[in-house]
Design a protein. Structure first.
Ligand SMILES: C[S@@+](CC[C@H](N)C(=O)[O-])C[C@H]1O[C@@H](n2cnc3c(N)ncnc32)[C@H](O)[C@@H]1O
Ligand code: SF4
Length: 459
């Protein structure tokens, strides 16, 4: 900070925000202090909670000079107070400043870990800041001492379930279900043996997956059915053991699914399938990825880590041929069903799916998958190292007969560190330029950084 000298010795001047949304300050002796709740450009007092040789962990006590970006949190459960909910980390920072911070994280990662500087930093893709989270995992606990059942996220830095009565990041109708759900579980025989309710919203259905450790009594099943009757759109799924055991309580009624109207595509899914958390942003993300990839009628496209076909089917409305590859057999089965459903309604390019572990990928396998002009890559947090490495190896060997590296790659990432590592490989060893990159604000108020990057073959 420019007037750091004027900060009294017992106060700290905050310079930056780390990935956990903690303010970062530096003491005169160079020691770094991470301050929960402090924001860049603030002058604060903080109580040290943990002391190490090079750093300290501290808790905000008082803000003496406030950041212009500090805002009043919308949710009463957000904060530093005891019992505060740990579901959000940045509600005290203006949403535009959150996006700016994520953009900096992306650029810093690309540069420091990948030595890559995108030719263009794209405008952030933004959506609603509230009510965006259509997927969530609520923990459920019967707290005898308080004679209540809690349904919510974990408290900040704790294993306890926060006592939340409303939640602003899930849709309003889901927030309104929190207290009724507490009452429901509190009235059930299985009050002690239902540790979790998973939420998966579709366009018409609110699926609630109840994890139960013991078989449910007839009375409990009747209560679940009465709850669904009372709350239109709620559909109960039961999970007695692992994710494979999830079953719909009662068949019939509308199917859980989402649509991508721009492409005329419908995507039925099961609540245990991977789907993007934020459906508003997902629509813009799919549309942006396709605009950037620009698949032509005469081009073949490969969609790596294709999930249930979220990008594959829209690609099939534009390209000559599409191949989707994904690790989960269940998701590949779903993507085939979704292909059949949509192909019966509208023309789609020939599309095939394959199940494969993409964390292992030899150059020969890449050649066997066939040449494609364009690639869409959307890996989990671990990234797509094996894929980028195979591409780099083929580039070093000057390719293979009858095979050509893709001309363009659009990479959608939920972890800037692995994106940066893979970008480094693509740019410095596989012959690509990083022509554009930008953030996608998929998870407002959290520290998660979703982003999208474009790579063009340099020749
Ligand atoms: C970020 S999701 C993207 C899914 C899809 N593109 C979408 O938009 O819904 C990452 C996908 O990678 C898959 N995956 C995870 N590990 C994998 C692996 N080792 N090999 C192949 N796929 C994997 C997951 O099952 C998941 O579907
Ligand atoms: S996750 Fe929901 S309840 Fe928790 S702080 Fe965020 S908005 Fe509030």
């Amino acid at each position: 900070m420019k007037d750091k000298e004027s900060v009294p010795a017992d106060r700290l001047a905050v310079d930056a925000l780390d990935l956990e949304a903690q303010g970062v300050a530096r003491r005169e002796d160079g020691k770094v202090v991470f301050i929960d709740g402090a924001l860049p450009f603030e002058v604060v007092s903080a109580q040290v909670m943990r002391r190490k040789n090079n750093w300290e962990q501290a808790k905000l006590v008082e803000v003496h000079r406030e950041s212009s970006q500090r805002v009043r949190p919308q949710c009463p459960h957000f904060g530093l107070h005891e019992g505060a909910c740990g579901g959000c980390k940045m509600q005290h920072l203006h949403p535009a400043a959150q996006v700016a911070m994520k953009q900096r994280v992306l650029e810093d990662n690309l540069w420091h870990l990948g030595k890559v500087k995108p030719e263009l930093v794209m405008r952030p893709i933004e959506g609603p800041a509230w009510g965006y989270r259509w997927r969530a995992r609520f923990s459920v606990r019967h707290v005898r001492k308080k004679e209540t059942v809690l349904v919510g996220f974990h408290e900040r830095k704790s294993r306890y379930v926060a006592d939340i009565r409303e939640c602003h990041v899930v849709p309003g109708h889901v927030s309104d279900l929190l207290l009724p759900l507490r009452a429901l579980i509190g009235s059930m025989d299985a009050i002690e043996t239902c540790p979790q309710i998973e939420l998966a919203c579709g366009d018409e259905v609110t699926a609630l997956v109840l994890r139960h450790l013991e078989p449910l009594s007839t009375g409990d099943l009747a209560k679940l059915r009465a709850f669904a009757q009372e709350h239109p759109g709620v559909q109960w799924w039961l999970q007695p053991k692992g994710p494979d055991t999830v079953r719909l309580l009662d068949e019939g009624g509308p199917a859980l699914g989402y649509s991508l109207p721009e492409f005329g595509i419908d995507m039925p899914f099961r609540p245990t399938d991977f789907t993007q958390v934020n459906p508003h942003i997902n629509r813009v993300l799919v549309s942006t990825a396709l605009r950037l990839l620009d698949p032509r009628r005469d081009e073949r496209v490969i969609d790596w880590f294709c999930g249930l076909g979220n990008f594959t089917l829209p690609l099939a409305t534009r390209a000559r041929e599409v191949l989707g590859i994904e690790g989960s057999e269940a998701l590949v089965a779903r993507s085939r069903q979704n292909l059949a459903l949509n192909a019966a309604r509208r023309p789609l390019a020939p599309t095939t799916f394959a199940a494969r572990n993409l964390f292992e990928m030899a150059p020969e396998q890449l050649v066997a998958d066939g040449a494609a002009e364009k690639w869409l890559v959307d890996p989990p947090r671990e990234g797509a190292f094996a894929l980028a490495k195979a591409l780099a190896d083929l580039h070093q060997q000057a390719g293979a007969e009858g095979w050509q590296a893709p001309r363009r790659i659009v990479y959608v990432s939920c972890n800037p560190a692995t994106l940066a590592r893979d970008a480094g490989l693509l740019v410095h060893q596989a012959g690509y330029r990083c022509t554009a990159a930008g953030v996608v604000n998929m998870f407002p108020h959290t520290a998660h950084v979703e982003s999208i990057a474009v790579f063009e073959r340099a020749d």
